[in-house]
Design a protein around this ligand. Structure first.
Ligand code: M6R
Length: 610
């Protein structure tokens, strides 16, 4: 997804901006550009493709001005192809104003018509250029004023940075619906759409809220609303270090994040389980605990992997907390006419906390009176701030586009939430203790599973030429089947379908032909016998069986072609273990097929547009 970095300070701005762009690479992009304030106007360079292309253009250019003020952008195409021309920054037609923008200007064609009628010309296909033109139209020597006037005329979302050739020491930034933070260092300010580009410089940041803006110069900054009402912002500390977002010896972030899971889950649990008293402690929702216990219905809303974690949550809340629960794709929820009765709690699950559909669904639910809770990883993200209360994952930054440790963190938080409700309603202390003991063992059990990485690689490599895979599970492992299929398709580009195993005979069984890989999550549990029957159905048609099974299950080794094992745990916790072999399977498949694991084609880490 698009990324913004801007800088005002005492360093040479070019290298700072390029380094910042590289920190945002993981979000996905297809072109990039830079704007540096110079004595003779704005110096702008853009390039389609990788940031390294832009970097080499700059390396060869002898005309780069020495400057301490500038901004840069990575674009992920929405309006117009990923070309140099469509890359940001965009200029007004007099080339006095430059803008980098994340989000979408919905009424851009009306603005274009308005400006075209006044004689303006446009060179790109983008919505952003219309905003550059509009700011230029209002500009009379005061950039902040022109930005405010223009922002009142637009519909849509933005995180943006603007510069003017006539005010080379001024950077104006604003936000509505697209994140923007200001890092406050010693005599320097670094603005970015993602903390990853800031932490190298400072951990002290300001989070802009919707409809807020800032005017930054080397002498300081002012924050205000876009209606020019001054606002005082708190400076807070970002939680993660630069080291955490670097590779730490792994070949890819995805692999690092898969292997980090034991530690990440231990962190997620830390301080939340009072072993002595035998209870769950979730400070972030304590204020609403009575409403939560009395909830009559839970709606979970999320996208992608977070939706799969939500599906596990549906089972958890119904089974443990006995609250009717449904999980809704955020993109569907936001546009239908959902019924939100008294006593409904909406839980928005999101790693990034910035997913546009999830945010919109959350707002819809709040408008209809629901109590809203966030299950979010990125501290200070929009969803985290807009929910009434919430529980952070605390699994550390997730950089790989394929979500791995966040999935497990989301499930752990749901388990804790379900247990804390259940204990106040029907669950005995003894049963709670069993869950808490089982949770405590999860990190070590994960470590043990990860030792099979090489075996998983060898098995996977035998099947990577097969273009169609099935992932099948039942009960708590049905969402894991969906997640296994999503992981494989998004990073290896193999077509994979995840299904509740019994659904196979209602259609998908027709797909099975000799040699087709079918991955069964076949751990011991309430539906084990039934699943064995489903395995036989695939075997009878020549399919190859790859099973994720319980350690010590001798029977499964006789029916499956390949077995990856997981230790026993309580059935509702099984997804935390059974998903690990599937994450590794997807990783090794992508590697064997030569795919770009951390930056798969067409995908972005955080989907901040609809
Ligand atoms: O940041 P979020 O958790 O809200 O993101 C939701 C999905 O976009 C995300 O899980 C996506 O499906 C991942 N690429 C899956 O690996």
């Amino acid at each position: 997804m698009c990324g913004i970095v801007a800088y005002v300070g005492n360093k040479d701005v070019g290298p700072v901006l390029i380094e910042g762009l590289k920190r945002l690479e993981y979000r996905g992009y297809d072109s990039s550009g830079i704007c540096i304030a110079g004595k003779n106007g704005l110096f702008i360079r853009k390039a389609a493709g990788r940031i390294s292309v832009l970097e080499s253009i700059l390396d060869e250019d002898k005309t780069i001005p020495a400057s301490h003020v500038g901004m840069a952008h990575t674009r992920w195409a929405t309006h117009g192809a990923p070309t140099e021309c469509n890359a940001h920054p965009h200029l007004d037609d007099k080339k006095r104003i430059a803008i980098v923008h994340n989000g979408i200007i919905e009424n851009y064609s009306a603005i274009r018509q308005f400006l075209t009628a006044k004689g303006h010309t446009f060179v790109s296909d983008t919505d952003t250029e219309s905003l550059a033109g509009l700011i230029g139209h209002f500009y009379e020597g005061d950039l902040a004023k022109a930005v405010q006037l223009a922002l009142h005329e637009i519909r849509g979302t933005y995180g943006l940075a603007v510069m003017s050739a006539s005010e080379p020491e001024v950077l104006v930034v604003a936000r509505r619906g697209s994140p923007l933070i200001i890092g406050v260092g010693k005599d320097e300010y670094i603005v970015a759409s993602d903390a990853a580009a800031v932490v190298e410089h400072t951990t002290q940041v300001i989070y802009l809220n919707d409809n807020e803006m800032a005017v930054i110069t080397p002498k300081g900054f002012r924050t205000m609303t876009i209606d020019d009402v001054p606002v005082t912002k708190d400076v807070t500390a970002v939680e993660f270090s630069l080291e955490q977002i670097e590779l730490g010896g792994y070949q890819h972030f995805m692999l690092k994040e898969i292997f980090e899971q034991p530690e990440a889950i231990a962190n997620c649990l830390r301080g939340r389980v009072d072993r002595h008293e035998g209870r769950v402690v979730l400070g972030g929702i304590a204020q609403y605990s009575r409403d939560i216990v009395r909830a009559r219905r839970i709606i979970i809303t999320a996208c992608g992997t977070a939706w799969h974690a939500g599906l596990v949550g549906e089972f958890l809340f119904e089974e443990l907390a006995k609250i009717p629960t449904e999980v809704e794709y955020a993109s569907e929820f936001r546009y239908r006419n959902p019924i939100v009765e008294d006593g409904t709690i909406v839980i928005a699950i999101s790693q990034s906390g910035e997913t546009a559909d999830t945010l919109a669904a959350l707002r819809e639910a709040k408008d209809r009176g629901a109590l809203s809770l966030g299950v979010v990883n990125v501290v200070g993200s929009t969803i985290a701030r807009e929910t009434d209360a919430g529980v952070y994952l605390h699994v550390g930054p997730e950089v790989g586009v394929a979500s791995t440790k966040a999935f497990c963190g989301q499930i752990v938080v749901e388990v804790l939430l379900a247990l804390s409700i259940a204990r106040r309603k029907y669950m005995s202390q003894t049963v709670l203790q069993e869950f808490l003991t089982a949770l405590d063992r999860i990190p070590e059990q994960m470590r043990h599973i990860l030792e099979q990485s090489e075996l998983i690689r060898q098995v996977t490599t035998q099947y990577v030429k097969r273009e169609n895979w099935l992932f099948l599970g039942r009960g708590f492992n049905y969402p894991v089947a969906l997640e296994g299929a999503l992981k494989l398709k998004e990073i290896s580009y193999i077509h994979a379908e995840g299904l509740p195993a019994a659904e196979m005979k209602h259609g998908p069984i027709a797909l099975i032909n000799p040699g087709m890989p079918a991955v069964f999550i076949a751990t011991r549990g309430s539906q084990y016998e039934k699943l064995l029957g489903n395995i036989q159905e695939v075997k009878a048609r020549g399919g190859k069986i790859i099973a994720v099974a319980s350690e010590g299950d001798d029977h499964i080794t006789k029916v499956a072609d390949h077995v990856f094992t997981v230790p026993d745990t309580i059935e509702p916790l099984q997804p935390l273990l059974t998903v690990l072999p599937l994450q590794l399977l997807a990783y090794h498949a992508a590697m064997a097929r030569g795919c770009n694991v951390d930056k798969p084609r067409n995908l972005a880490k955080s989907v901040t547009v609809e």
